[in-house]
Design a protein around this ligand. Structure first.
Ligand SMILES: Nc1nc2c(ncn2[C@@H]2O[C@H](COP(=O)(O)OP(=O)(O)OP(=O)(O)O)[C@@H](O)[C@H]2O)c(=O)[nH]1
Ligand SMILES: [Mg+2]
Ligand SMILES: [Zn+2]
Length: 301
């Protein structure tokens, strides 16, 4: 029987099948198979089977992933960590304030989405705290370069219908730093979810990691959404610095027009079309700064 992994905890996997949700463990053979990151992650499509004797369920096989959101695992050892598999889109949530939005991290998320060819939807949450005008000043650049941006507040029911419309019928992963309101947004979209959220908003300057494991949630309106724990930092995985410029969509019109053509790294070369565009305000300084940091292999954020 084929199923979808909704949740993983301590070696037990909750799998949604045509016959309901079952709990299964991994078969030895599957444990030995080579796969990027963890053997089985939330969103994976798997084959499960029930044992004759004790009726226990096992995962016999993991289907090839259609897509995967992969980051570098935190810590020194270089290791890939799959945040979630098989999603159509990533909903990247930042708060307009509390916590202060780190646009560097947003740019890293967007690069990850571009490289894995997963649609990105940016959500600027807690607009009730700063007003929509200030929120647009923070995130407007992203609309200009062609990303979808929603301005939301579950507190004041702003943008919730628009968010619901964007996630219904699709498979989305909701991600972002801790304390930005990911779980609160999902509770607003589908109230009976009653996901745990932080209780005191002023105590979450840095977030408190209220959500601790990822889980895939079937939506009443069709599709699935994954609520994931807040990230402190986002290390890039599997991205070649030489191909980084392709992952910045606003660089596209300038491709090949630098003096050194496609070999230009856009960091120090003379007559670089990208750096000229930055100097003339056609490419945002902040986005270029993110590019330069990622190119030089800056870890953090
Ligand atoms: N003022 C205001 N507060 C909000 C809004 N959305 C969420 N909050 C508050 O922000 C805090 C954090 O919300 P959560 O939904 O737990 O945040 P999260 O992103 O799921 O955090 P983690 O699970 O730790 O990753 C809670 O106290 C919410 O009540 C909003 O639109 N406006
Ligand atoms: Mg949460
Ligand atoms: Zn250049």
């Amino acid at each position: 029987m084929t199923g979808t992994v909704l949740r993983a905890h301590g070696g037990i996997y909750e799998i949604e099948t045509a016959d309901g949700v079952v709990e299964a463990v991994l078969r030895g053979r599957v444990k030995r198979q080579d796969r990027v990151g963890d053997k089985v992650v939330v969103g994976d499509r798997v084959e499960v089977q029930q044992e004759e004797g004790d009726g226990a369920w096992t995962i016999e096989e993991v289907h090839e992933r259609r897509s995967a959101l992969v980051r570098k695992a935190p810590g020194k050892a270089p290791r890939a960590k799959v945040i979630v598999a098989n999603v159509d889109q990533v909903v990247i949530v930042f708060a307009t304030t509390r916590p202060t939005p780190h646009l560097r991290m947003l740019d890293r998320f967007l690069v990850l989405c571009e490289s894995s060819e997963i649609d990105a939807l940016i959500v600027a949450n807690k607009v009730d705290l700063v007003g929509e005008k200030a929120a647009r000043e923070l995130f407007g650049t992203y609309e200009e370069i062609g990303y979808r941006v929603l301005y939301t507040s579950p507190k004041q029911d702003i943008g919730i219908d628009a968010l619901r419309a964007e996630i219904c019928g699709r498979i989305s992963a909701v991600t972002g730093p801790s304390g930005v309101g990911k779980s609160s947004l999902l509770n607003a979209v589908q109230p009976e979810l009653a996901l745990r959220v932080a209780s005191v908003s002023d105590a979450v300057q840095k977030g408190r990691h209220t959500t601790v494991t990822a889980q895939l949630i079937p939506l009443d309106c069709g599709g699935y959404v994954a609520d994931t724990p807040g990230l402190r930092e986002l290390g890039l995985w599997g991205i070649d610095p030489d191909e980084l410029d392709i992952l910045f969509r606003e660089f596209e019109p300038y491709r090949g027009t630098c003096r050194f053509g496609n070999t230009c790294t856009h960091t120090h070369e003379p007559a670089c079309a990208i750096r000229e565009a930055v100097a003339e305000g056609r490419i945002s300084n902040s986005r270029y700064d993110s590019y330069a940091r990622m190119w030089s292999g800056d870890e953090e954020e």
